[in-house]
Structures are given as C-alpha cells and as structure tokens.
Design a protein around this ligand. Structure first.
Ligand SMILES: Cc1ncc(COP(=O)(O)O)c(C=O)c1O
Length: 317
C-alpha cells in the first residue's frame, strides 16, 4: 500500500531518497513487504514465472510472489548470509524471470558476479536492501544495481515509477541496468574487428570535468585525457570502469549515469581499440590521488585542456 499522489512530506521524503540513491524514482510504501510486492508486480512477474531468491532471508523477500502466483526458487546462501552466486546458474530454467538478492545484515551480496549471471541469462535483477540502507558495493549503493531495489518501508526504482509501467528498453539511470547492454557493445565491437576496450569516465563537479595529464616518457606524453583504462580479459565493462577510476584518481564511482558513446583508435602496441565513455558521479570529488598521471585539472566546458580531438568532440557535445 502507498499513499496516492505525491505531496507534502511524502514528496519531500521521496525526493530526498531519489537524490541520496541517485535514482530516477523513489516510491514509499507502508512496509517493506508491500514494496517487495509492488516491485515484483512492476517487474511484470506473472503466474508461473520463477524467481530465484536466497533460501535464508526474511519470508517477505519471497512471499509476495505467491500473491502473483509466481514461484520462488530457493538457492543456497554463503557464510555471509547472502545468496551464493555459484548456486544460481543450476537453478535457472526457461521459466526464470528474475533474481532477487537480499543484502543481509548490512553486508552487500556479491553484486558483480550476480549482475554478470543476470546479464548472461537475460534475467531481471531485483534487490531487497531492507537490512542495508546506505551500504555500498564497489562505490555503488545497494538497491541501485538492478531494475529495482527495496528497503523496509520504501522501494527505489531506478527504471521508472512502478505505476507507469515503463516499456521494455525505456531509459534507465544506469546503462548497465539493461541486461543486454554489454552484449550489444561486445557484439558490435566484434563485427568491427575491435581488439580491446578502454573505458573512460566523465567525472563532474558542478559544470567542471576531471582531466588527467599523461606523464613525460609515456605514449602520448603531455596529452590530457579522461580517467580511463583497459578492460582486462574476463572483466566486465562496468567492473573495469569502477576499478580504473579508483586506481587512477582515488575517487569512487557512486553511479554510472549515462553511456556517452565510443570512438576507435590504434593503441601504442598497434591494437584497434574502442574507447567507451560513461558519465559517472562519484561519492566525493576529492582528494584526487594520481598514480599514472602527473597532473589533474577540473575544467569547465570553455577551458578544456589539450585533449585529443575525439575526446573534445565527446565532452563538448
Ligand atoms: C530481509 C527483509 N526483507 C523484507 C522485510 C519486510 O519488511 P517489513 O517488515 O517492513 O514488511 C524484512 C523485515 O524484517 C526483512 O528483514
């Protein structure tokens, strides 16, 4: 149950939650159980659909599924109390529609592994964050990894207001919330003969963006660039983005807001490289700690330093 309409302190609270979680919509409910019920309904879980849930959790993680005549499929939890990612794939059948993760006792579940499984099998990822308001994993708040996240008493819905039933493929807060996003990028790259990926982040502080300078003695020394780096073999694109930003700047990504596009170039070692650039927000904009560059600069749109033409074109669009 939720109060109809948005006004007064309910609207204030929902706005504040939206800002705090960095999501498109926060919708308050009378209880966590009601929010979970609404989440399953908004995810269009229907009679006969199967949803993978942790075997060890409060019953409300799974029980709303019975109202929708859907089937909870229990999988084992690990020593931390959370769903064990290695048990998920055995439980997937052609009727599986979603994975519901609980972040038990304030400890985030293994979201990168679980996200990868959801992507591979084209399943919706849902989160019961009733125990973990404010916890984050890899710099990202729990409740914002999948299509929707719930805390006791409220649901945070990155994709849209549950009452509006956004169409499949509608714009989401994070491009990675779309389970087909990475596959599409990788398939296009394969067709184009791309040999490696570089991920880059546009990190903003107000209307200024963060640029780093390549040090003397390196390939393209003196050139300014966005925080960026190579996607390693067997590494997800989002995982690489979180890692590279943390390694090169000491900043932690809070949310990936938008995919800004790509350009291709030939690397120092001659490999056709595709740079994928994302707009991100960080938990704090300082201090910036450099490890592979000799200077950093926060620059407004009119004061962008000497970057490559491709980067300039991308950030001034
Ligand atoms: C993991 C978990 N999910 C959901 C709920 C349901 O929340 P509520 O009691 O507000 O309905 C709880 C409540 O204890 C819980 O522990």
């Amino acid at each position: 149950m939720r109060l109809p309409g948005r006004s007064g302190i309910v609207a204030d609270l929902e706005d504040a939650l939206q800002d705090y979680f960095g999501v498109r919509h926060a919708v308050t409910f009378s209880s966590g159980t009601a929010a979970l019920h609404a989440t399953y309904d908004a995810a269009r879980i229907k009679a006969g659909d199967e949803v993978i849930v942790p075997a060890w959790t409060f019953h409300a993680t799974a029980s709303p599924l019975f109202h929708l005549r859907a089937v909870p499929v229990l999988v084992e939890t690990g020593a931390d109390g959370n769903i064990d990612p290695t048990t998920i794939e055995d439980a997937i059948t052609p009727r599986t529609r979603a994975i519901m993760v609980t972040h038990l006792w304030g400890r985030p579940a293994a979201m990168l592994a679980i996200q990868a499984i959801a992507k591979t099998h084209n399943l919706l990822l849902l989160e019961d964050g009733s125990h973990s308001h404010g916890a984050s994993h890899g710099g990202k708040k729990v409740g914002t990894f999948g299509l929707a996240g719930v805390s006791a008493g409220r649901a945070v819905h990155p994709r849209g207001h549950q009452g509006e039933r956004p169409p499949q493929g509608a714009a989401m807060n994070s491009p990675f919330a779309d389970p087909t996003f990475e596959d599409t990028i990788r398939a296009a790259a394969e067709t184009d003969g791309v040999e490696r990926f570089v991920v880059a982040a546009v990190i903003t502080d107000g209307d200024r963006m963060l640029f780093l300078r390549r040090p003397a003695g390196e390939f393209m020394a003196g050139l300014w660039e966005l925080p960026s780096g190579k996607v390693e073999k067997d590494e997800g694109i989002e995982q690489a983005l979180l890692r590279e930003v943390a390694e090169e700047t000491g900043l932690r990504i809070d949310a990936v807001e938008k995919y800004l596009g790509h350009f291709d170039y030939t690397s120092g070692s001659g490999a056709l490289t595709r740079q994928l650039t994302f707009e991100v927000t960080v938990t704090r904009t300082g201090p910036v700690t450099l490890t592979e560059h000799d200077a950093h600069e926060w620059a407004g749109p009119d004061e962008i330093p000497a970057v490559s033409d491709a980067v300039r074109e991308l950030v001034t669009r």
